[in-house]
Design a protein around this ligand. Structure first.
Ligand code: BG6
Ligand code: MG
Length: 211
């Protein structure tokens, strides 16, 4: 392996709770049932795809695209207010030490996130300096399970996809990595997924499992 591409939410930081709170206030306003289980389906998928999943339970009249854009924008404003509260303490020492160790071993590190807020999050928590490249929701047309975000990350690193391992917590992300011809390491929910190549019980397992 020459490169490691990390998903952001659920791997390096945990913003699920902020996505949940922001979508919950939108769903409540529209009178739509929404809970933590439905929130799990939003992992790794784009903002608009997330809204479409939430709207599966909407019983009102069909919404025009402009109205959906407005709702998604409103969710994002609420979400970004939560992001402003994030600090360096939102990244564990385990994550920082592991990233440092992988860099010392000569591996190139990149981000591969569907989020358009990825750069803001990296800056809030002080993770930018660890990464050689950032591929995020601002440079893709299709979100996971399309491999686009990871293929771009490999390209930004100047590496072939087969020389890269992707670290993911979502099944859609593992599917994306495999579709891109990369090795897929799964943590959290993705650790038990059948398509996962490398099972990570904890983030620091990367130190032994990637060479
Ligand atoms: C992913 C999250 O990282 O980013 C998804 O797992 C989210 O839940 C997606 O929908 C898009 O995020 P943003 O910040 O562009 O709204
Ligand atoms: Mg994730």
């Amino acid at each position: 392996m020459k490169g490691v591409i990390f998903d952001l939410d659920g791997v390096l930081v945990f913003t699920d709770k902020y996505h949940y709170k922001a979508w919950k206030s939108i769903a409540d306003e529209l009178g739509i049932y929404f809970d933590e289980e439905i929130n799990k389906r939003l992992r790794g998928v784009s903002r608009m795809d997330s809204l479409n999943i939430i709207l599966e339970r909407y019983e009102g009249r069909p919404l025009a695209q402009a109205e959906k854009d407005e709702i998604a924008e409103k969710k994002n404003s609420i979400y970004r207010e939560y992001l402003k509260t994030m600090t360096a303490d939102d990244v564990t020492m385990e994550v920082r030490e592991t990233l440092t160790d992988l860099k010392k071993k000569g591996l190139k590190l990149a981000l591969g996130s569907s989020s358009k807020n990825a750069k803001m999050i990296l800056s809030q928590v002080g993770l930018e300096a660890y990464l050689d490249a950032v591929s995020d929701g601002t440079n893709i047309t299709k979100s996971k399970p399309s491999p686009e975000v990871f293929l771009k990350a490999a390209e930004f690193l100047g590496l072939s996809p087969e020389d890269c391992v992707v670290v993911e917590d979502a099944e859609a992300g593992i599917d994306a990595a495999k579709a891109g011809g990369m090795t897929a390491a799964g943590i959290g929910d993705a650790a038990g997924y059948q398509k996962t190549d490398i099972v990570l019980k904890r983030f620091s397992d990367l130190k032994e499992k990637i060479a």
